[in-house]
Design a binder for this molecule. Sequence first.
Ligand code: HEC
Length: 261
Amino acid sequence: MNHDPEYRRLFGELFPEVAGGKPIDFTMFGLAIAEFELTLTFANAPIDRFARGQRDAMTDSEKRGALLFFGRARCVTCHAVAGDANEMFTDVKNRVVGVPQVAPYFGVGTGNMIFDGPGQDEDFGLEQVTGNRADRYKFRTAPLRNLAVAPAFFHNGAFTRLEDAIRHHLDVDESARHYNPVAAGVALDLTHRLGPIEPVLGRLDRKLRNPIELNRTEFSDLVAFVRDGLLDERARREHLCKLVPRSVPSGSPVLQFQGCP
Ligand code: HEC
């Protein structure tokens, strides 16, 4: 990298030390990547414009959905916006929400992660990090922005439709016990093996133990809020694909992204 004049020129534009002759170092990579990642936080959605006083930024359906989200459907009790949540719709806590345990067909040794449990078809979640049994099956509350462009939901992608991911929360026992990976639309290699769900449900977060009843209109309002009310148009593929360089100074092959031309 330090031998390549083009990298030195590019880093020199950002780091005066490099322009002055010092080597590019690891910290600079970290800073540059972190700066780039920050530009990928797209948080100017209809709800943000509405909150700034633009009354017509949200549709009536999105507004009704928001009232459910912050009210009777209790989503905000985990998908928080205030304080540390920094308007990202997560309390940044780890919780058991009863997500079905999909595991790859050939399991042992072939995936890119170690599976837990006697059948090696489970994911112990936070316990893997802390070693504390009380943390078993806990996963961090996901931020909810820009899900309209997400291909799959939950830490393991157990659902491929946003509606299903939302419905799961409304009656976790029902959703988890009747989970069918084929119907959920996951990739074929994830449709053959399911880890046990009862031990997961036995630890379900108390906030989700009582099902929440919504009629069809309420449900579609809630979906409209999460899908459209929280979407910043800049998160769309057309915009993101433009950020992928066609080539890099080293001449190394660049990554190809699914869905980018
Ligand atoms: C008990 C806390 C809790 C409550 C209440 C809750 N959620 Fe969640 N939610 C989570 C956690 C934790 C995850 C991530 C789970 C995982 O990755 O396995 C999540 C994930 C999601 C996802 C998937 C996001 C993604 O990127 O994969 C959606 C959508 C979602 N929640 C919507 C809702 C809605 C809508 C409500 C209200 C009906 C709600 N949640 C209520 C904790 C909660």
